[in-house]
Design a protein around this ligand. Structure first.
Ligand SMILES: [Zn+2]
Length: 256
């Protein structure tokens, strides 16, 4: 992160004028009401920042010594949500990836081709709360906390995509299979067993009606699930995150 800040300061702005939003410190970790407010503000911060840097050099996590890099970054639910917040508000403009050897990292501007390879399905990704089987202090599932943010981003993307090809790409990704992007239910894992809980339910169907997105428009954006009628009768397919990697690396994201 320090390397990225110094590089940008060299060519653009004096260090004294740079303000940094860093998820690990800018989102309260202990104070739950403060955390909820900070999470709700993600799209606003993402839309206002000049630069968004994914800091994911090759490294080993301090807990568990697992390998971390750009590939592991993209498996994390929080990382996907932050990236989604950025691209749904401004497209990929100002987005950079820092990766590779930490002693000689690559700092590259994101291209549409590279970006297309990064999965953005937040609710299928890994969350520490799920890996910890929702034991204290992870009793609330982050996936439920992030629903409103995802809906806000989706609505913004629907409204603005015609003027921005990047947003159109993101929207096509969100619509390619809406039941996967916005799962109607999820598997809630606990030490005593798993249970199926409602996640989005029929909210997306209602949101599409409010946004004026017709069945035909959704099909045009690539939605396969509309043809099954699942928009009016939510499927019972549930999503369960892969809990193999229980370490969070969401602090890798820096917004300048
Ligand atoms: Zn969870």
């Amino acid at each position: 992160m320090q390397y990225a800040v110094r590089e940008f300061a060299k060519n653009r702005t004096p260090m004294s004028s740079i303000h940094i939003w860093l998820d690990a410190t800018s989102i309260p970790q202990q104070n739950r009401p403060g955390q909820a407010l900070a999470i709700s503000s993600l799209p606003a911060y993402a839309g206002l920042c000049d630069l968004f840097v994914v800091c994911a050099p090759d490294a080993y996590h301090k807990d568990g010594n697992k390998q971390c890099n750009l590939a592991s970054y993209s498996t994390r639910g929080w990382c996907r949500m932050e990236l989604l917040s950025k691209v749904c508000t401004t497209g990929i403009r100002g987005t950079y990836f820092l990766s590779g050897d930490p002693n000689n990292p690559k700092l590259e501007q994101a291209t549409r081709e590279e970006f297309a390879k990064i999965p953005l399905k937040v609710f299928n990704a890994k969350f520490t709360c799920c890996a910890m089987k929702h034991e204290a202090p992870f009793t609330n599932c982050d996936r439920q906390q992030l629903q409103n943010v995802a809906l806000t981003l989706y609505a913004g993307c629907v409204k603005k995509h015609q003027n921005n090809p990047d947003l159109k790409d993101v929207l096509v990704g969100m619509c390619a299979d809406q039941d996967e992007f916005f799962p109607p239910t999820c598997i809630h894992t606990t030490k005593t067993g798993d249970e199926t809980r409602e996640l989005f339910g029929s909210t997306i169907s209602i949101a599409n009606d409010i946004l004026g997105l017709s069945h035909e428009q959704l099909l045009g954006l690539g939605d396969k699930s509309t043809s099954t009628g699942s928009k009016t009768a939510p499927s019972t397919a549930a999503v369960s995150p892969d809990v193999e990697d229980s370490t969070a690396v969401s602090s890798n994201v820096v917004e300048l």
